[in-house]
Design a protein around this ligand. Structure first.
Ligand code: ATP
Ligand code: MG
Ligand code: MG
Length: 421
């Protein structure tokens, strides 16, 4: 992909926008771009520099993403709405062509990284609540104020962030765990910093050693909750607006990543903001359990779409006939009675029972969480609560007692030093 029309090759230290931004290290990449940590010499802050592939269709997509990001930034000057902020954008010409570049605020690991880091055990419910609040604030802003549908909400597209300004606050920054800070930056030039860094690395290694000893003595059982986030204010932001659209100006019929896709999208029955609420519920479930809510697969004689609809009905009950037969693709899946054509036997396993039986939630945690999620998974899109209504739900303000106190303190260090926030 590093050829004409493709990615732009970057070396550490490369200047962009007339020398304003200096490339530091690669943060990630996607189908359309590579993303670099860069130092902004004007603001003395680290930023994320997204460099788009140069071919016409990628430039077109970047222009759309910039348009969405501009309206997001313009409507939220205080940057408090839990959505990523565009700082700047420009063109950069290189050997592979002209690349549109977006300068975004620098954020940390994604929620998918957090779930993986926690070895797919699910996070403590209090943390899930905090993360849910952030996502809902972001969705309320997008839906209620801007009229934007994200259309690709999922753990990968929600990034953690730290409130520490690494460049402006080097002392506090040095006291925070290693991977929480940008590496290779210009701020750590002094030898004192390097010593602190070495000490921190040693401390993290020791803590890793401690935890594996304790885990072995506990019969290899991994701690259930995300120790890594204990005592930290979990904050996150919604990112990746490459697929976002305005509710009154839609581009694609097939939207969303498979597992987070709403039933009306599968059935081609039209969609609106409530598709993001469906994906939000799937994301919240995944945070709390470590498993995807729906992981459809095609099988003998049925497609992944049909399996997906079957999985939904096994968890949420039968889809009302009117909805089942109401979409342009309904006939591919349902007969005229509203029964699936090729998957006839469904095993109903409602959400609250699933949480107790499979994920070992307490009865009360399971009921409360299911009461929060189920309305968001209504087959009828208009009946799903809006992000604003959802923010009022009592579940968000409950507190569960931390049953994991006994695991002690030192793994807090491990978690924090391995996860970038
Ligand atoms: P996709 O195929 O997912 O649409 P894309 O080319 O549009 O990819 P993004 O998803 O925006 O690119 O970014 C690619 C990766 O770069 C992300 O998965 C993430 O790891 C990293 N990244 C993106 N934005 C930021 C940011 N603001 N701060 C830190 N890392 C980021
Ligand atoms: Mg992405
Ligand atoms: Mg994208």
């Amino acid at each position: 992909s590093y050829r004409k029309g493709g990615y732009h090759a970057v070396r550490i230290g490369d200047p962009f926008a007339g020398g304003r931004y200096i490339a530091q290290r690669k943060l990630g990449w996607g189908q359309f771009s590579t993303v670099w940590l860069a130092y902004d010499t004007q603001s003395s802050k680290y930023v994320a520099l997204k460099i788009q592939k140069s071919a016409q269709q990628f430039a077109q997509a970047a222009l759309h993403e910039i348009e969405v990001l501009l309206s997001i930034a313009n409507g939220d000057p205080s940057n408090s709405k839990c959505v990523v902020h565009l700082i700047d954008h420009f063109k950069h010409t290189g050997p592979n062509g002209q690349h549109l570049c977006m300068v975004l605020e620098f954020l940390g690991d994604s929620l998918l990284g957090l779930i993986r880091f926690n070895r797919y055990k699910g996070l403590e419910l209090n943390k899930v609540r905090e993360i849910c609040k952030c996502i809902l604030i972001g969705l309320h802003y997008l839906h209620g104020e801007l009229g934007i549908i994200h259309t690709d909400l999922k753990p990968e597209n929600i990034l953690l962030f730290s409130t520490i300004d690494h460049a402006k606050d080097p002392v506090r920054s040095a006291l925070t765990p290693i991977l929480e800070r940008p590496e290779g930056g210009t701020l750590n030039g002094g030898s004192t910093m390097n010593i602190i860094e070495k000490k921190l690395k040693r401390r993290a290694r020791r803590a890793v050693a401690n935890i594996s000893v304790r885990r072995a003595s506990m019969g290899g059982e991994a701690p259930k909750s995300a120790r890594c986030l204990d005592g930290i204010d979990v904050r996150c932001k919604v990112v990746d607006f490459g697929n976002a659209c305005w509710a009154d100006k839609q581009f694609a019929e097939e939207i969303q990543t498979r597992q987070y896709r709403a039933p009306e999208v599968i059935l081609r029955a039209g969609y609106s903001f409530s598709v993001d609420m469906w994906s939000f519920a799937c994301t919240a479930f995944e945070l709390a359990t470590g498993d995807m809510m729906f992981a459809p697969k095609s099988g003998q004689g049925f497609s992944d779409d049909e399996d997906h609809l079957a999985l939904m009905m096994e968890l949420l009950g039968k889809m009302p006939r009117k909805i089942a037969i109401g979409g342009a693709r309904s006939k591919d899946f349902f007969d005229r009675h509203g029964d699936l054509k090729r998957i006839r036997r469904l095993k109903f396993w409602p959400l609250d029972r699933l949480l107790v039986d499979k994920y070992k939630f307490s009865e009360s945690d399971a009921c409360e969480f299911a009461e929060f999620l189920c309305p968001l998974l209504d087959f009828s899109p208009e009946k799903r609560p809006t992000a604003e209504q959802c923010l009022q739900h009592p579940w968000l303000n409950l507190r569960s007692s931390d049953q994991n106190e006994m695991h002690g303190q030192s793994n807090v260090d491990v978690g924090m030093s391995n996860l970038q926030i």
